[in-house]
Design a binder for this molecule. Structure first.
Ligand SMILES: NC(=O)c1ccc[n+]([C@@H]2O[C@H](COP(=O)([O-])OP(=O)(O)OC[C@H]3O[C@@H](n4cnc5c(N)ncnc54)[C@H](O)[C@@H]3O)[C@@H](O)[C@H]2O)c1
Length: 280
């Protein structure tokens, strides 16, 4: 799939991975890039930089997504590619509060449902279109230190798979973006996606996206080693869980030390560390 000449929407486009995608799509010659973000000033600044259009939108609210799709289609025509990218993280386990669970569920899962519901009928009528979901390697493996992130990203993976199965023969191309750690506000704030190693730049994520678009490959892995981890998980689930428990105890131990003596405190280990932990 070629982005050249396409009408593209990116949610969470004002920063991090979304910003990297907006810049790259503009460079690839997209007809127009719609920068949709809850951060109005950020969206305006990116739109100005890439000669795109800013739309203020909270991806966790269905009315905002309906407005985004309607505005774009009435102003510029049918959307060719919609990147449902905005996402948030909440650290913690079962003790995380219900309000946090509801919010992360709305943004990391329902946002994709709302977008697909607003978009797909029009795309099917026009003969096709593309829908990319930004999930995470945490949706294929797990996220040490965050139950809400692991659960919602697994749900996003399941959603993308099912949409690909249901609508693939009706012209809808679905792409599933599953990075490990990427430099962004999320990782800068020490969010659970941060890793002890393997942090890549948003530009590298955009490279992987364009490569997978060219190959029309559903699963986009900017960290190719994630495929090996998936294989290890499915080959021996119990061994994988044992390795993850070791990582979990390392994370818990590093959290227990004071931050100033341990700058990595609060950052869970990366999946890459599993290799040494499991002795493989
Ligand atoms: N950064 C990572 O290491 C990493 C790894 C794997 C997956 N992801 C996923 O990639 C996506 C982008 O992550 P990022 O690290 O670039 O995030 P980020 O925290 O840097 O945020 C990117 C943008 O999303 C916007 N945003 C936040 N909530 C929004 C909402 N409700 N509606 C619209 N916009 C909203 C922010 O204003 C910001 O401009 C997320 O789905 C995240 O879960 C990130």
């Amino acid at each position: 799939m070629d982005v050249k000449g396409k009408l593209v929407v990116v949610t969470g486009g004002a920063g991090g991975i979304g910003l990297g995608l907006c810049r790259r799509f503009a460079r690839e010659g997209a007809k127009r890039v719609i920068v949709a973000d809850v951060n109005e000033a950020g969206a305006l600044s990116v739109a100005e930089e890439i000669d795109g259009t800013a739309v203020t939108c909270d991806a966790g609210r269905e009315e905002d997504l309906i407005r985004l799709v309607r505005f774009t289609e009435q102003t510029y025509g049918g959307i060719d590619l919609f990147c449902s990218n905005a996402g948030v993280i909440v650290m913690g386990g079962v003790e995380a509060g219900n309000e946090d669970w509801k919010r992360i569920w709305e943004i990391n899962v329902m946002a994709h449902v709302y977008a697909a519901r607003a978009l797909l009928p029009g795309m099917i009528k026009r003969g096709g279109g593309a829908f990319m979901v930004t999930a995470s390697a945490a949706g294929l493996l797990s996220q040490i230190g965050s139950l809400p992130y692991s659960v919602t990203k697994h749900a996003a993976v399941g959603l993308a798979e099912n949409i690909a199965i249901t609508y693939g023969d009706r012209g809808i191309k679905v792409f599933l973006l599953c990075p490990q750690a990427v430099r962004s506000e999320m990782t800068r704030q020490g969010g659970g996606v941060a890793a002890l190693d393997g942090l890549i730049e948003p530009e590298e994520v955009a490279d992987a996206v364009i490569d997978s678009f060219n190959r029309e490959e559903f699963l986009i892995l900017p960290h190719p080693e994630v495929k090996t981890y998936m294989q290890r998980k499915t080959t021996d689930y119990d061994r994988w869980l044992r390795g993850m428990r070791k990582l979990q105890s390392r994370f818990a131990a590093s959290e227990a030390r004071p931050l100033e003596s341990n700058p990595k405190a609060g950052l869970p280990p990366s999946q890459r560390d599993i290799l040494s932990q499991t002795g493989e």
